[in-house]
Design a binder for this molecule. Sequence first.
Ligand code: FES
Length: 638
Amino acid sequence: MPVINFLLDSEKIEFTCDSGTNLMEAVVEAGIELKAVCGGAGSCGKCQVIVKEGEVNQLAQGSLSPDKLKQGYVLACQTEVIEDVRIEIPPESRLSEHQIFVAEEAEDEELLTEKEIQIAEKIELDPLYKRVDLELDEPTLVNNASDLDRLYTGLNQRHDWPGLTTSLSVMEDLASHLRDNNWQTQVSLALANDNYEVSELNAPDYEQPDYGIAVDIGTTTMVLELINLETGESVATSGLYNKQGRYGDDVIGRINYAKQNDDGLDKLHQAVIDTINELIDDVVNKESIDYADIKTAVFAGNTTMSHLFLGIDPNNIRLEPYIPTVNFIPPLQAEELGIKIKEEGWIHYLPGVSSFVGGDITSGVLATEIGKREEITLFIDIGTNGELVLGNQDWLITCSCSAGPAFEGGGIEYGMRAMSGAIEFFEIDEDTYEIKYSTINARPPIGVCGSGLIKLIATLNEVGIINRSGKFESDFEHERLREREYETEFVLVWEEQAGIDEDIVITENDIKNLLRSKGAIYAGIRMMLQNMSLTEDFIEEVLVAGGFGNYINIDDAKKIGLLPDLPNDKFKFVGNTSLKGAKMSLLSKEKFDQVNEIANKMTYLELSAEDQSQEFMDEFVSAQFIPHTDLSLFPSVT
Ligand code: FES
Protein backbone atom coordinates (compact mmCIF):
# COMPACT_ATOMS: atom_id res chain seq x y z
CA MET A 1 0.00 0.00 0.00
CA PRO A 2 1.43 3.43 -0.92
CA VAL A 3 2.67 5.68 1.86
CA ILE A 4 2.10 9.44 1.54
CA ASN A 5 4.38 11.81 3.41
CA PHE A 6 2.61 15.14 3.75
CA LEU A 7 4.84 18.18 4.35
CA LEU A 8 3.20 21.15 6.07
CA ASP A 9 5.51 23.97 7.14
CA SER A 10 7.62 22.23 9.79
CA GLU A 11 5.18 19.38 10.35
CA LYS A 12 5.20 15.96 8.64
CA ILE A 13 2.25 13.57 8.50
CA GLU A 14 2.57 9.99 7.26
CA PHE A 15 -0.48 8.35 5.77
CA THR A 16 -0.97 4.90 4.24
CA CYS A 17 -3.67 4.32 1.64
CA ASP A 18 -4.79 1.93 -1.09
CA SER A 19 -3.34 2.33 -4.57
CA GLY A 20 -5.69 4.53 -6.62
CA THR A 21 -6.88 6.56 -3.62
CA ASN A 22 -7.95 10.08 -4.50
CA LEU A 23 -5.35 12.46 -3.10
CA MET A 24 -7.98 14.88 -1.78
CA GLU A 25 -9.63 12.02 0.14
CA ALA A 26 -6.24 11.06 1.55
CA VAL A 27 -5.54 14.65 2.62
CA VAL A 28 -8.89 14.82 4.42
CA GLU A 29 -8.41 11.39 6.04
CA ALA A 30 -5.01 12.55 7.27
CA GLY A 31 -6.76 15.42 9.09
CA ILE A 32 -5.44 18.22 6.87
CA GLU A 33 -7.93 20.94 5.96
CA LEU A 34 -7.50 21.83 2.29
CA LYS A 35 -9.42 24.47 0.31
CA ALA A 36 -12.04 22.90 -1.93
CA VAL A 37 -14.26 25.69 -3.21
CA CYS A 38 -15.83 23.53 -5.94
CA GLY A 39 -16.14 20.45 -3.73
CA GLY A 40 -13.70 18.38 -5.79
CA ALA A 41 -15.16 19.08 -9.23
CA GLY A 42 -11.76 20.18 -10.56
CA SER A 43 -12.92 23.67 -11.52
CA CYS A 44 -11.83 26.06 -8.73
CA GLY A 45 -8.11 25.27 -8.76
CA LYS A 46 -7.84 25.95 -5.01
CA CYS A 47 -6.75 22.45 -3.88
CA GLN A 48 -3.23 22.73 -5.34
CA VAL A 49 -0.52 20.62 -3.74
CA ILE A 50 3.04 19.89 -4.87
CA VAL A 51 4.31 16.39 -5.64
CA LYS A 52 7.91 16.46 -4.39
CA GLU A 53 8.76 12.79 -4.89
CA GLY A 54 7.06 9.83 -6.54
CA GLU A 55 4.59 9.36 -9.38
CA VAL A 56 0.87 10.12 -9.26
CA ASN A 57 -1.96 9.64 -11.71
CA GLN A 58 -3.36 13.00 -12.80
CA LEU A 59 -6.93 12.80 -14.10
CA ALA A 60 -7.08 16.50 -14.98
CA GLN A 61 -4.86 19.54 -14.64
CA GLY A 62 -7.49 22.28 -14.60
CA SER A 63 -6.02 25.70 -15.18
CA LEU A 64 -2.59 24.97 -13.66
CA SER A 65 0.01 27.00 -15.56
CA PRO A 66 2.84 25.20 -17.43
CA ASP A 67 5.23 26.75 -14.91
CA LYS A 68 3.35 25.27 -11.97
CA LEU A 69 3.04 21.89 -13.66
CA LYS A 70 6.81 21.90 -14.09
CA GLN A 71 7.20 22.56 -10.36
CA GLY A 72 5.07 19.49 -9.56
CA TYR A 73 1.78 21.20 -8.74
CA VAL A 74 -1.32 19.01 -9.08
CA LEU A 75 -4.97 19.42 -8.15
CA ALA A 76 -5.49 17.10 -5.18
CA CYS A 77 -9.08 16.36 -6.15
CA GLN A 78 -7.99 15.27 -9.65
CA THR A 79 -5.09 13.08 -8.60
CA GLU A 80 -4.76 9.40 -7.66
CA VAL A 81 -1.99 7.99 -5.49
CA ILE A 82 -0.33 4.95 -7.05
CA GLU A 83 2.98 4.67 -5.16
CA ASP A 84 4.89 6.16 -2.22
CA VAL A 85 4.94 9.97 -2.56
CA ARG A 86 6.02 13.12 -0.74
CA ILE A 87 3.39 15.84 -1.00
CA GLU A 88 3.91 19.44 0.05
CA ILE A 89 0.78 21.33 1.11
CA PRO A 90 1.47 25.02 0.34
CA PRO A 91 0.06 27.56 2.82
CA GLU A 92 -2.25 29.18 0.26
CA SER A 93 -4.08 25.87 -0.25
CA ARG A 94 -4.72 25.26 3.42
CA LEU A 95 -7.68 26.16 5.55
CA SER A 96 -5.91 27.18 8.67
CA GLU A 97 -5.69 29.84 11.29
CA HIS A 98 -8.93 31.34 10.13
CA GLN A 99 -10.16 34.20 12.28
CA ILE A 100 -13.07 32.32 13.78
CA PHE A 101 -14.85 35.04 15.61
CA VAL A 102 -15.67 33.92 19.13
CA ALA A 103 -16.78 36.15 21.99
CA GLU A 104 -13.48 35.76 23.85
CA GLU A 105 -11.57 37.21 20.91
CA ALA A 106 -14.06 40.05 20.65
CA GLU A 107 -13.38 41.05 24.23
CA ASP A 108 -9.64 40.83 23.63
CA GLU A 109 -9.91 43.07 20.61
CA GLU A 110 -12.41 45.41 22.26
CA LEU A 111 -14.82 44.67 19.48
CA LEU A 112 -17.67 43.80 21.80
CA THR A 113 -20.01 46.72 21.36
CA GLU A 114 -22.16 48.33 23.99
CA LYS A 115 -25.15 46.83 22.25
CA GLU A 116 -23.82 43.30 22.68
CA ILE A 117 -23.31 43.81 26.38
CA GLN A 118 -26.86 45.06 26.75
CA ILE A 119 -28.13 41.97 24.96
CA ALA A 120 -26.38 39.72 27.44
CA GLU A 121 -27.77 41.61 30.40
CA LYS A 122 -31.34 41.41 29.17
CA ILE A 123 -31.74 37.64 29.60
CA GLU A 124 -33.93 36.66 32.53
CA LEU A 125 -32.92 33.13 33.43
CA ASP A 126 -35.51 30.47 32.65
CA PRO A 127 -33.43 27.82 30.84
CA LEU A 128 -34.79 25.01 28.71
CA TYR A 129 -33.43 22.55 31.29
CA LYS A 130 -33.87 23.35 34.97
CA ARG A 131 -33.98 21.81 38.43
CA VAL A 132 -36.73 22.02 41.02
CA ASP A 133 -36.29 21.03 44.72
CA LEU A 134 -39.27 19.09 46.03
CA GLU A 135 -40.36 17.71 49.37
CA LEU A 136 -43.28 15.33 48.86
CA ASP A 137 -45.86 13.99 51.32
CA GLU A 138 -45.21 10.41 52.26
CA PRO A 139 -48.00 8.14 50.95
CA THR A 140 -50.52 6.61 53.33
CA LEU A 141 -53.49 4.30 52.95
CA VAL A 142 -55.61 7.41 52.43
CA ASN A 143 -53.14 9.55 50.49
CA ASN A 144 -52.48 6.76 48.02
CA ALA A 145 -51.69 8.47 44.71
CA SER A 146 -49.06 6.77 42.58
CA ASP A 147 -45.48 7.89 42.91
CA LEU A 148 -45.58 9.65 39.55
CA ASP A 149 -48.87 11.44 40.31
CA ARG A 150 -47.37 12.49 43.63
CA LEU A 151 -44.34 13.88 41.81
CA TYR A 152 -46.53 15.77 39.30
CA THR A 153 -48.69 17.19 42.11
CA GLY A 154 -45.57 18.41 43.90
CA LEU A 155 -44.25 20.00 40.72
CA ASN A 156 -47.55 21.65 39.82
CA GLN A 157 -47.86 23.10 43.30
CA ARG A 158 -44.62 24.97 42.62
CA HIS A 159 -45.37 26.04 39.06
CA ASP A 160 -47.82 25.26 36.30
CA TRP A 161 -46.16 22.72 33.97
CA PRO A 162 -48.71 21.88 31.26
CA GLY A 163 -48.36 18.48 29.61
CA LEU A 164 -45.73 17.01 31.92
CA THR A 165 -44.21 13.75 30.70
CA THR A 166 -41.57 11.44 32.09
CA SER A 167 -38.86 9.37 30.50
CA LEU A 168 -38.88 5.60 31.00
CA SER A 169 -35.50 5.68 32.74
CA VAL A 170 -36.89 8.06 35.38
CA MET A 171 -39.99 5.90 35.92
CA GLU A 172 -37.77 2.83 36.38
CA ASP A 173 -35.91 4.48 39.27
CA LEU A 174 -38.74 6.58 40.68
CA ALA A 175 -40.01 4.32 43.47
CA SER A 176 -36.63 3.53 45.00
CA HIS A 177 -35.33 7.09 44.50
CA LEU A 178 -38.21 8.68 46.43
CA ARG A 179 -38.08 6.16 49.25
CA ASP A 180 -34.26 6.17 49.53
CA ASN A 181 -34.28 9.97 49.76
CA ASN A 182 -37.12 10.20 52.26
CA TRP A 183 -39.46 11.82 49.66
CA GLN A 184 -37.11 14.69 49.02
CA THR A 185 -35.71 15.09 45.51
CA GLN A 186 -34.24 17.43 42.92
CA VAL A 187 -36.24 17.07 39.73
CA SER A 188 -34.69 18.08 36.43
CA LEU A 189 -37.15 19.22 33.78
CA ALA A 190 -36.29 19.47 30.12
CA LEU A 191 -38.25 21.28 27.45
CA ALA A 192 -39.17 18.58 24.92
CA ASN A 193 -41.84 19.55 22.40
CA ASP A 194 -44.22 22.12 23.76
CA ASN A 195 -44.11 20.47 27.16
CA TYR A 196 -41.61 19.67 29.88
CA GLU A 197 -40.29 16.19 30.54
CA VAL A 198 -39.10 14.91 33.90
CA SER A 199 -35.64 14.06 32.73
CA GLU A 200 -33.64 13.23 35.86
CA LEU A 201 -34.03 12.77 39.59
CA ASN A 202 -31.19 13.54 41.94
CA ALA A 203 -30.63 13.40 45.68
CA PRO A 204 -31.53 16.65 47.47
CA ASP A 205 -27.86 17.40 48.19
CA TYR A 206 -26.71 16.87 44.55
CA GLU A 207 -24.59 19.85 43.49
CA GLN A 208 -23.06 19.06 40.10
CA PRO A 209 -23.96 21.95 37.73
CA ASP A 210 -26.02 21.35 34.58
CA TYR A 211 -24.71 22.69 31.29
CA GLY A 212 -26.21 23.47 27.94
CA ILE A 213 -24.61 24.36 24.62
CA ALA A 214 -25.49 27.06 22.12
CA VAL A 215 -24.06 26.41 18.66
CA ASP A 216 -23.84 28.54 15.54
CA ILE A 217 -23.59 26.22 12.53
CA GLY A 218 -22.04 28.50 9.93
CA THR A 219 -21.37 27.37 6.38
CA THR A 220 -17.70 28.22 6.89
CA THR A 221 -17.09 28.18 10.62
CA MET A 222 -18.87 26.87 13.67
CA VAL A 223 -18.79 28.30 17.17
CA LEU A 224 -19.99 26.64 20.36
CA GLU A 225 -20.55 28.09 23.82
CA LEU A 226 -20.78 25.92 26.91
CA ILE A 227 -23.16 27.55 29.36
CA ASN A 228 -23.87 26.92 33.03
CA LEU A 229 -27.66 26.68 33.02
CA GLU A 230 -28.04 27.75 36.62
CA THR A 231 -26.00 30.95 36.41
CA GLY A 232 -26.30 31.70 32.69
CA GLU A 233 -22.53 32.09 32.61
CA SER A 234 -20.66 31.15 29.47
CA VAL A 235 -17.87 28.93 30.78
CA ALA A 236 -16.06 27.92 27.59
CA THR A 237 -16.13 28.76 23.90
CA SER A 238 -14.73 26.88 20.94
CA GLY A 239 -14.61 27.56 17.21
CA LEU A 240 -13.71 25.36 14.24
CA TYR A 241 -14.06 25.21 10.50
CA ASN A 242 -17.17 23.39 9.37
CA LYS A 243 -15.70 20.10 8.12
CA GLN A 244 -18.18 20.23 5.23
CA GLY A 245 -15.81 22.77 3.65
CA ARG A 246 -13.99 19.89 1.97
CA TYR A 247 -17.13 19.20 -0.08
CA GLY A 248 -17.68 22.74 -1.36
CA ASP A 249 -17.37 26.30 -0.21
CA ASP A 250 -20.94 27.54 -0.24
CA VAL A 251 -24.37 26.05 0.28
CA ILE A 252 -25.07 25.50 -3.42
CA GLY A 253 -21.76 23.64 -3.84
CA ARG A 254 -22.67 21.36 -0.94
CA ILE A 255 -26.21 20.76 -2.19
CA ASN A 256 -24.68 19.79 -5.53
CA TYR A 257 -22.21 17.48 -3.80
CA ALA A 258 -25.07 15.78 -1.95
CA LYS A 259 -26.93 15.33 -5.22
CA GLN A 260 -24.05 14.16 -7.38
CA ASN A 261 -22.46 11.61 -5.06
CA ASP A 262 -24.16 8.44 -3.81
CA ASP A 263 -22.85 8.91 -0.29
CA GLY A 264 -22.68 12.72 -0.56
CA LEU A 265 -25.53 13.45 1.84
CA ASP A 266 -24.16 11.00 4.43
CA LYS A 267 -20.71 12.55 4.20
CA LEU A 268 -22.03 16.09 4.59
CA HIS A 269 -24.25 15.04 7.50
CA GLN A 270 -21.39 13.24 9.21
CA ALA A 271 -19.02 16.17 8.64
CA VAL A 272 -21.25 18.61 10.50
CA ILE A 273 -21.90 16.13 13.34
CA ASP A 274 -18.14 15.46 13.59
CA THR A 275 -17.42 19.19 13.78
CA ILE A 276 -20.00 19.66 16.54
CA ASN A 277 -18.61 16.70 18.48
CA GLU A 278 -15.08 18.02 18.16
CA LEU A 279 -16.22 21.36 19.56
CA ILE A 280 -17.93 19.50 22.42
CA ASP A 281 -14.74 17.47 23.05
CA ASP A 282 -12.85 20.74 23.33
CA VAL A 283 -15.12 22.41 25.91
CA VAL A 284 -15.60 19.18 27.88
CA ASN A 285 -11.82 18.82 28.15
CA LYS A 286 -11.31 22.49 28.99
CA GLU A 287 -13.81 22.31 31.85
CA SER A 288 -13.14 18.69 32.91
CA ILE A 289 -16.81 17.76 32.85
CA ASP A 290 -18.66 14.69 31.55
CA TYR A 291 -20.48 14.68 28.23
CA ALA A 292 -23.62 13.71 30.15
CA ASP A 293 -23.37 16.94 32.18
CA ILE A 294 -24.47 18.75 29.02
CA LYS A 295 -28.22 18.37 29.22
CA THR A 296 -29.60 20.21 26.24
CA ALA A 297 -28.55 22.17 23.15
CA VAL A 298 -29.79 24.96 20.90
CA PHE A 299 -28.49 25.23 17.33
CA ALA A 300 -28.81 28.05 14.82
CA GLY A 301 -27.76 27.92 11.19
CA ASN A 302 -29.00 28.52 7.67
CA THR A 303 -31.59 26.28 6.04
CA THR A 304 -29.11 24.17 4.08
CA MET A 305 -27.15 23.60 7.28
CA SER A 306 -30.32 22.54 9.11
CA HIS A 307 -31.11 19.97 6.41
CA LEU A 308 -27.57 18.59 6.40
CA PHE A 309 -27.50 18.56 10.21
CA LEU A 310 -30.61 16.38 10.14
CA GLY A 311 -29.39 14.32 7.18
CA ILE A 312 -32.31 15.49 5.00
CA ASP A 313 -31.80 15.88 1.25
CA PRO A 314 -31.44 19.65 0.65
CA ASN A 315 -31.87 19.45 -3.13
CA ASN A 316 -35.21 21.30 -3.36
CA ILE A 317 -33.63 24.31 -1.67
CA ARG A 318 -31.84 25.19 -4.90
CA LEU A 319 -34.67 24.28 -7.30
CA GLU A 320 -37.47 26.64 -8.18
CA PRO A 321 -39.80 27.29 -6.32
CA TYR A 322 -37.11 26.83 -3.60
CA ILE A 323 -39.12 24.92 -0.99
CA PRO A 324 -37.25 23.52 2.01
CA THR A 325 -38.37 20.25 3.57
CA VAL A 326 -38.65 21.88 6.98
CA ASN A 327 -38.51 25.33 8.54
CA PHE A 328 -39.78 24.51 12.04
CA ILE A 329 -37.79 21.53 13.26
CA PRO A 330 -39.32 19.51 16.08
CA PRO A 331 -36.97 18.77 18.99
CA LEU A 332 -34.91 15.60 18.69
CA GLN A 333 -32.89 13.63 21.19
CA ALA A 334 -29.10 13.80 21.06
CA GLU A 335 -28.56 10.09 20.48
CA GLU A 336 -30.74 10.18 17.34
CA LEU A 337 -28.22 12.53 15.77
CA GLY A 338 -25.08 11.21 17.45
CA ILE A 339 -24.39 14.45 19.31
CA LYS A 340 -22.09 13.78 22.27
CA ILE A 341 -24.15 15.23 25.12
CA LYS A 342 -26.51 13.41 27.53
CA GLU A 343 -28.02 10.73 25.27
CA GLU A 344 -31.64 11.66 25.96
CA GLY A 345 -30.83 15.40 25.96
CA TRP A 346 -33.17 17.46 23.79
CA ILE A 347 -31.77 19.22 20.75
CA HIS A 348 -33.50 22.37 19.47
CA TYR A 349 -32.78 23.99 16.10
CA LEU A 350 -34.08 27.53 15.71
CA PRO A 351 -36.70 27.95 12.97
CA GLY A 352 -36.07 29.32 9.50
CA VAL A 353 -38.31 31.33 7.20
CA SER A 354 -37.42 30.03 3.74
CA SER A 355 -34.79 28.12 1.80
CA PHE A 356 -32.39 31.05 2.03
CA VAL A 357 -33.34 32.72 5.30
CA GLY A 358 -32.70 30.27 8.11
CA GLY A 359 -32.49 29.93 11.86
CA ASP A 360 -29.28 31.97 11.97
CA ILE A 361 -31.26 35.01 10.83
CA THR A 362 -34.31 34.53 13.09
CA SER A 363 -31.79 34.05 15.88
CA GLY A 364 -30.11 37.33 14.88
CA VAL A 365 -33.46 39.14 14.90
CA LEU A 366 -34.11 37.78 18.38
CA ALA A 367 -30.67 38.80 19.64
CA THR A 368 -30.86 42.34 18.26
CA GLU A 369 -34.53 42.79 19.21
CA ILE A 370 -35.24 44.68 16.00
CA GLY A 371 -38.77 43.24 16.06
CA LYS A 372 -39.41 45.06 19.32
CA ARG A 373 -38.29 48.53 18.36
CA GLU A 374 -40.38 51.41 17.18
CA GLU A 375 -37.71 52.68 14.79
CA ILE A 376 -36.89 50.93 11.51
CA THR A 377 -33.71 48.87 11.58
CA LEU A 378 -31.80 47.22 8.78
CA PHE A 379 -30.03 43.98 9.69
CA ILE A 380 -27.34 42.73 7.31
CA ASP A 381 -25.53 39.41 7.49
CA ILE A 382 -22.86 39.31 4.81
CA GLY A 383 -21.68 35.76 4.39
CA THR A 384 -21.90 33.75 1.21
CA ASN A 385 -25.55 34.66 0.66
CA GLY A 386 -26.15 38.12 2.04
CA GLU A 387 -29.30 37.88 4.15
CA LEU A 388 -31.16 41.06 4.99
CA VAL A 389 -33.98 41.97 7.36
CA LEU A 390 -35.77 45.29 7.56
CA GLY A 391 -38.46 46.24 10.01
CA ASN A 392 -39.66 47.20 13.44
CA GLN A 393 -42.21 46.07 16.03
CA ASP A 394 -45.05 46.14 13.48
CA TRP A 395 -43.50 44.38 10.52
CA LEU A 396 -40.40 42.48 9.40
CA ILE A 397 -39.42 41.83 5.80
CA THR A 398 -36.48 39.65 4.79
CA CYS A 399 -34.67 38.55 1.67
CA SER A 400 -31.57 36.71 0.54
CA CYS A 401 -29.72 38.31 -2.32
CA SER A 402 -27.34 35.61 -3.70
CA ALA A 403 -24.30 37.78 -3.18
CA GLY A 404 -21.97 34.82 -3.74
CA PRO A 405 -18.81 34.16 -1.80
CA ALA A 406 -16.65 36.96 -3.30
CA PHE A 407 -16.16 38.67 0.06
CA GLU A 408 -15.00 35.35 1.46
CA GLY A 409 -12.51 35.03 -1.37
CA GLY A 410 -14.64 32.82 -3.67
CA GLY A 411 -14.34 33.58 -7.40
CA ILE A 412 -11.43 35.97 -6.77
CA GLU A 413 -8.10 34.68 -8.05
CA TYR A 414 -6.10 35.63 -4.97
CA GLY A 415 -9.11 36.00 -2.72
CA MET A 416 -9.09 34.12 0.55
CA ARG A 417 -10.76 34.00 3.90
CA ALA A 418 -9.43 35.98 6.82
CA MET A 419 -6.47 33.73 7.59
CA SER A 420 -2.84 34.34 8.45
CA GLY A 421 -1.12 36.00 5.52
CA ALA A 422 -4.31 37.55 4.11
CA ILE A 423 -3.95 41.21 3.17
CA GLU A 424 -6.58 43.15 5.10
CA PHE A 425 -5.51 46.73 4.44
CA PHE A 426 -4.12 48.67 1.44
CA GLU A 427 -2.74 52.12 0.85
CA ILE A 428 -1.73 53.25 -2.66
CA ASP A 429 0.42 56.33 -3.23
CA GLU A 430 -1.39 58.60 -5.67
CA ASP A 431 1.81 59.68 -7.45
CA THR A 432 4.10 56.68 -7.42
CA TYR A 433 1.45 53.94 -7.04
CA GLU A 434 3.63 52.36 -4.40
CA ILE A 435 1.48 49.97 -2.37
CA LYS A 436 1.53 49.55 1.39
CA TYR A 437 -0.44 46.74 2.94
CA SER A 438 -0.87 44.87 6.18
CA THR A 439 -1.62 41.19 6.62
CA ILE A 440 -3.30 39.12 9.30
CA ASN A 441 -0.73 38.05 11.89
CA ALA A 442 1.89 40.08 9.96
CA ARG A 443 2.72 37.02 7.86
CA PRO A 444 4.03 37.34 4.27
CA PRO A 445 1.04 37.96 2.00
CA ILE A 446 -0.60 35.01 0.24
CA GLY A 447 -3.91 36.57 -0.84
CA VAL A 448 -6.54 39.18 0.01
CA CYS A 449 -9.46 38.70 2.43
CA GLY A 450 -12.92 40.31 2.25
CA SER A 451 -12.17 43.48 4.21
CA GLY A 452 -8.94 43.86 2.19
CA LEU A 453 -10.88 43.51 -1.06
CA ILE A 454 -13.35 46.24 -0.05
CA LYS A 455 -10.48 48.55 0.87
CA LEU A 456 -8.69 47.65 -2.36
CA ILE A 457 -11.64 48.46 -4.65
CA ALA A 458 -12.28 51.74 -2.83
CA THR A 459 -8.60 52.70 -3.07
CA LEU A 460 -8.09 51.66 -6.72
CA ASN A 461 -11.05 53.85 -7.64
CA GLU A 462 -9.95 56.73 -5.43
CA VAL A 463 -6.46 56.97 -6.96
CA GLY A 464 -7.83 56.65 -10.49
CA ILE A 465 -6.62 53.16 -11.41
CA ILE A 466 -10.11 51.78 -12.01
CA ASN A 467 -13.15 53.69 -13.18
CA ARG A 468 -16.67 53.58 -11.78
CA SER A 469 -17.58 50.48 -13.75
CA GLY A 470 -14.60 48.63 -12.27
CA LYS A 471 -12.48 48.66 -15.45
CA PHE A 472 -8.86 49.75 -15.47
CA GLU A 473 -8.63 53.36 -16.71
CA SER A 474 -7.61 53.28 -20.38
CA ASP A 475 -4.95 55.98 -19.92
CA PHE A 476 -3.41 54.42 -16.82
CA GLU A 477 0.08 53.15 -17.46
CA HIS A 478 2.35 51.50 -14.92
CA GLU A 479 4.48 48.37 -14.72
CA ARG A 480 1.96 46.96 -12.23
CA LEU A 481 -0.75 46.95 -14.89
CA ARG A 482 -0.26 44.21 -17.46
CA GLU A 483 -2.11 42.14 -19.99
CA ARG A 484 -2.32 38.39 -19.91
CA GLU A 485 -4.41 35.94 -21.86
CA TYR A 486 -7.93 37.47 -22.14
CA GLU A 487 -7.37 39.50 -18.98
CA THR A 488 -5.91 42.69 -17.59
CA GLU A 489 -4.39 42.40 -14.14
CA PHE A 490 -2.83 44.72 -11.60
CA VAL A 491 0.05 43.51 -9.43
CA LEU A 492 -0.57 44.09 -5.74
CA VAL A 493 2.48 42.30 -4.37
CA TRP A 494 5.55 41.27 -6.31
CA GLU A 495 6.68 37.66 -5.94
CA GLU A 496 9.77 38.65 -3.94
CA GLN A 497 7.62 40.09 -1.13
CA ALA A 498 4.88 37.47 -1.35
CA GLY A 499 4.55 34.36 0.80
CA ILE A 500 3.87 32.36 -2.38
CA ASP A 501 6.00 31.78 -5.46
CA GLU A 502 4.18 34.24 -7.70
CA ASP A 503 2.91 37.81 -7.92
CA ILE A 504 -0.38 38.52 -6.14
CA VAL A 505 -2.70 40.28 -8.56
CA ILE A 506 -6.25 41.54 -8.93
CA THR A 507 -7.87 41.03 -12.31
CA GLU A 508 -10.64 42.92 -14.03
CA ASN A 509 -12.76 39.81 -13.68
CA ASP A 510 -12.16 39.72 -9.92
CA ILE A 511 -13.33 43.32 -9.67
CA LYS A 512 -16.41 42.46 -11.71
CA ASN A 513 -17.25 39.62 -9.31
CA LEU A 514 -16.83 41.90 -6.30
CA LEU A 515 -19.05 44.57 -7.83
CA ARG A 516 -21.63 41.88 -8.56
CA SER A 517 -21.59 40.76 -4.95
CA LYS A 518 -21.85 44.22 -3.49
CA GLY A 519 -24.46 45.13 -6.11
CA ALA A 520 -26.63 42.16 -5.08
CA ILE A 521 -26.56 43.22 -1.43
CA TYR A 522 -27.33 46.85 -2.15
CA ALA A 523 -30.08 45.90 -4.62
CA GLY A 524 -31.61 43.62 -1.95
CA ILE A 525 -31.72 46.58 0.47
CA ARG A 526 -33.39 48.77 -2.17
CA MET A 527 -35.97 46.08 -2.96
CA MET A 528 -37.01 45.74 0.66
CA LEU A 529 -37.30 49.52 1.02
CA GLN A 530 -39.33 49.81 -2.17
CA ASN A 531 -41.69 47.03 -1.13
CA MET A 532 -42.40 48.99 2.03
CA SER A 533 -42.57 52.31 0.11
CA LEU A 534 -39.61 53.67 2.06
CA THR A 535 -36.26 55.27 1.29
CA GLU A 536 -32.88 54.97 3.00
CA ASP A 537 -33.67 57.99 5.18
CA PHE A 538 -36.21 55.97 7.14
CA ILE A 539 -33.50 53.60 8.39
CA GLU A 540 -32.63 54.55 11.94
CA GLU A 541 -29.94 51.97 12.48
CA VAL A 542 -27.97 49.45 10.42
CA LEU A 543 -26.80 46.36 12.28
CA VAL A 544 -24.00 44.47 10.55
CA ALA A 545 -23.81 40.87 11.76
CA GLY A 546 -21.42 38.00 11.17
CA GLY A 547 -17.72 37.51 11.77
CA PHE A 548 -16.80 39.20 8.49
CA GLY A 549 -18.86 42.28 9.40
CA ASN A 550 -16.56 42.98 12.29
CA TYR A 551 -13.66 43.70 9.99
CA ILE A 552 -15.40 45.92 7.43
CA ASN A 553 -14.46 49.58 7.29
CA ILE A 554 -17.77 51.45 7.00
CA ASP A 555 -16.34 54.33 4.97
CA ASP A 556 -14.86 51.95 2.39
CA ALA A 557 -18.08 49.93 2.25
CA LYS A 558 -20.02 53.10 1.52
CA LYS A 559 -17.44 54.27 -1.03
CA ILE A 560 -17.90 51.14 -3.13
CA GLY A 561 -21.70 51.18 -2.64
CA LEU A 562 -21.97 48.03 -0.54
CA LEU A 563 -23.69 49.78 2.38
CA PRO A 564 -26.16 52.67 2.14
CA ASP A 565 -24.80 56.18 2.52
CA LEU A 566 -25.99 56.90 6.05
CA PRO A 567 -24.09 58.63 8.86
CA ASN A 568 -21.44 56.38 10.40
CA ASP A 569 -23.08 56.53 13.82
CA LYS A 570 -26.07 54.67 12.42
CA PHE A 571 -23.93 51.56 11.79
CA LYS A 572 -23.25 49.02 14.53
CA PHE A 573 -21.39 45.75 14.39
CA VAL A 574 -23.31 43.16 16.34
CA GLY A 575 -20.99 40.16 15.93
CA ASN A 576 -22.23 36.61 15.81
CA THR A 577 -25.93 37.21 16.47
CA SER A 578 -26.75 33.68 15.38
CA LEU A 579 -24.83 32.37 18.39
CA LYS A 580 -26.20 35.07 20.68
CA GLY A 581 -29.80 34.27 19.78
CA ALA A 582 -29.14 30.56 20.31
CA LYS A 583 -27.71 31.32 23.74
CA MET A 584 -30.65 33.55 24.64
CA SER A 585 -33.08 30.82 23.56
CA LEU A 586 -31.22 28.24 25.64
CA LEU A 587 -31.40 30.41 28.74
CA SER A 588 -34.92 31.73 28.42
CA LYS A 589 -38.09 29.88 27.47
CA GLU A 590 -39.67 33.26 26.72
CA LYS A 591 -36.92 34.05 24.19
CA PHE A 592 -37.21 30.55 22.76
CA ASP A 593 -40.92 31.16 22.14
CA GLN A 594 -40.18 34.59 20.70
CA VAL A 595 -37.88 33.22 18.01
CA ASN A 596 -40.74 31.04 16.79
CA GLU A 597 -43.00 34.10 16.71
CA ILE A 598 -40.32 36.00 14.76
CA ALA A 599 -40.11 33.23 12.13
CA ASN A 600 -43.91 33.30 11.75
CA LYS A 601 -43.99 37.07 11.55
CA MET A 602 -41.28 37.63 8.95
CA THR A 603 -42.40 38.20 5.36
CA TYR A 604 -40.02 36.61 2.90
CA LEU A 605 -39.40 38.60 -0.26
CA GLU A 606 -38.46 36.20 -3.07
CA LEU A 607 -36.36 38.36 -5.37
CA SER A 608 -36.64 35.92 -8.27
CA ALA A 609 -40.46 35.85 -8.13
CA GLU A 610 -42.19 37.18 -11.22
CA ASP A 611 -43.42 40.39 -9.58
CA GLN A 612 -39.96 41.23 -8.20
CA SER A 613 -37.38 39.87 -10.60
CA GLN A 614 -37.35 42.64 -13.24
CA GLU A 615 -37.16 45.34 -10.63
CA PHE A 616 -34.43 43.47 -8.78
CA MET A 617 -32.49 43.04 -12.02
CA ASP A 618 -32.72 46.80 -12.71
CA GLU A 619 -31.54 47.59 -9.19
CA PHE A 620 -28.78 44.98 -9.44
CA VAL A 621 -27.45 46.36 -12.72
CA SER A 622 -27.50 49.94 -11.38
CA ALA A 623 -25.65 48.86 -8.25
CA GLN A 624 -22.74 47.29 -10.14
CA PHE A 625 -21.01 50.64 -10.42
CA ILE A 626 -18.80 52.39 -7.88
CA PRO A 627 -20.72 53.35 -5.85
CA HIS A 628 -23.88 53.27 -8.07
CA THR A 629 -25.24 54.66 -11.34
CA ASP A 630 -27.41 57.02 -9.31
CA LEU A 631 -24.85 59.17 -7.50
CA SER A 632 -27.57 61.02 -5.61
CA LEU A 633 -27.88 57.87 -3.47
CA PHE A 634 -24.31 58.37 -2.24
CA PRO A 635 -23.93 62.12 -1.69
CA SER A 636 -21.27 61.92 1.01
CA VAL A 637 -18.82 59.73 -0.91
CA THR A 638 -18.98 61.21 -4.43
FE1 FES B 1 -9.99 20.66 -6.52
FE2 FES B 1 -11.79 22.63 -6.68
S1 FES B 1 -10.25 22.07 -8.12
S2 FES B 1 -11.47 21.27 -5.08
